[in-house]
Design a protein around this ligand. Structure first.
Ligand SMILES: Cc1ncc(COP(=O)(O)O)c(C=O)c1O
Ligand SMILES: [Zn+2]
Length: 438
């Protein structure tokens, strides 16, 4: 069969022809046993360039069908995931200029405007469901702290595929409820996310059920790489610095993949610096990075990272305490002159309040981590004059009602009209900024 795509082992270069073969091989390279593979396409790259230049109304990542690892369009399982919305947020540019003397362009990419589960996991959901359908798979498993759980439940249900979702004990209740409402199986493991992954591994091995290989899974990476395509299509330029909340790091891996792919086109001069942001109560990659920097990146530094058991973070979507992908993220960060930083979780709500005050957008806790990281980076002068910033906000507040409840800061509880205190929005805004800028 003439191949539209194939895989190449990133470790030894061995070629694997298709997902069918990859799944048959147990998602491991038969030569070296590693599971990090690169997806290659046989379509002429000029076609990709044309896709960036289209004037059509683009409805989803399937606009890039020729550069996604699915053979037949009839297998597409799509559910209104839409394309990310990219806006310039003027108030961020103004504060960068006024408070930090840094003149930069700031784009914010959001994923909560589509009609599926409204996080940036939807695009991986649509690709995974479509590929699994094409391969005739009817049972699948995923370990997830929340948003992937939800997106995969939704899309695999649409494809009639039974999904086992392994979640840590303290997963957000809405996510657990949502998984099972689709008729998928929520397996709540009595421990942390690393423990859920362990149980998932054991269960799927015993029962011969296919399971995602995690952050390097081509089903996820190939979907998220389309963000870069959308930057080129929607705004016609790419950032010099990219902010994202960091859990396992599929995002940076996928963005790098897109640059590898478009490099031969010569349309992008520069890759971004990655500034990845971890929540302060689950920041093993930041700790590892800081240590490596302090020791001048000694031999083998990429393999030296802490394992945080039962992380206490309240941002469950970012609760990767044992970051198996650190060696990959470490290299991506270093090669880009980037940073891995932590954001103090006690300040997340202030960030979210300010964003909603200024834009009307209610952001979820993981998005607040990315946004908080941007403010901290300004303070540390990690963003320079003339830069183009892209902040990837992966979720709205939809499935984190606990977080929305914390937003409240302008209420009176009264038993008579006399008890109501007047207020001024100006004064509120002053207080919000003071909390952020202090
Ligand atoms: C909203 C949101 N932001 C960030 C992340 C982190 O993604 P990554 O896999 O790139 O670390 C996740 C999920 O893990 C998420 O749901
Ligand atoms: Zn190999």
């Amino acid at each position: 069969m003439s191949q539209k795509y194939f895989f190449v082992c990133r470790n030894c270069g061995h070629r694997i022809e298709s997902f069918d073969e990859w799944f048959r091989l147990g998602q491991k390279c038969p030569e070296c046993g590693k599971n990090f593979i690169d997806t290659k396409y046989t379509t002429d790259l000029d076609k990709l360039k044309k896709l960036f230049q289209t004037k059509e109304d683009v409805k989803s990542l399937w606009h890039y069908f020729d550069f996604l690892p699915l053979n037949h369009k009839e297998n597409i399982v799509s559910a209104g995931e839409g394309v990310p919305q990219i806006d310039r947020w003027q108030f961020l540019e103004e504060v960068a200029s006024k408070e930090f003397n840094t003149k930069c362009k700031v784009y914010v990419m959001r994923h909560n405007t589509g009609n599926a589960t409204r996080t940036f996991k939807d695009i991986a959901g649509t690709l995974a469901a479509s590929v699994l359908k094409e391969c005739g798979i009817n049972e699948y498993a995923v370990a997830s702290t929340g948003n992937t759980a939800n997106a995969f439940s939704h899309y695999l249900a649409m494809a009639g595929i039974s999904l086992y979702v392994f979640m840590p004990e303290d997963a957000v209740k809405e996510n657990i409820a949502s998984v099972s409402s689709y008729g998928q199986k929520a397996v709540i493991c009595k421990g942390d996310y690393a423990f859920a992954k362990k149980i998932a591994g054991e269960f799927t091995a015993k029962n011969n059920i296919l399971m995602t290989i995690g952050n390097t899974d081509p089903l996820r990476v190939e979907a998220k790489k389309t963000w870069v395509y959308e930057w080129l299509r929607q705004v016609g330029e790419t950032p010099t610095v990219y902010f994202q909340a960091l859990s396992g790091g599929t995002g940076p891996i996928a963005v790098e993949k897109a640059y590898d792919e478009i490099e031969p086109l010569g349309i992008v001069k520069q890759r971004p610096r990655y500034i990845s942001v971890q929540p302060s109560l689950c920041d093993p990659m930041t700790q590892a990075w800081e240590k490596a920097k302090a020791n001048n990146f000694p031999e083998g530094w990429q393999n030296d990272f802490p394992k945080i058991q039962n992380p206490k973070t309240k941002v469950q979507t970012l609760a990767t305490g044992v970051p198996g992908t650190y060696p990959i993220i470490a290299d991506i960060t270093k090669n880009s002159n980037g940073e891995i930083i932590s954001f103090d979780e006690s300040r997340l709500v202030d960030i979210a309040r300010l964003v909603t005050f200024k834009t009307g957008e209610k952001i979820g806790p993981a998005s607040a981590v990315a946004m908080g990281g941007f403010f901290d980076a300004l303070k540390k002068h990690l963003v320079k004059d003339g830069e183009i910033v892209m902040i990837n906000m992966g979720e709205g507040v939809d499935r984190a009602s606990f977080f929305l409840q914390e937003y409240v800061y302008n209420e009176d509880r009264v038993s008579s009209a006399d008890e109501i205190k007047p207020f001024s929005r100006k004064e509120l805004e002053f207080r919000l900024w003071r909390n952020i800028l202090k």
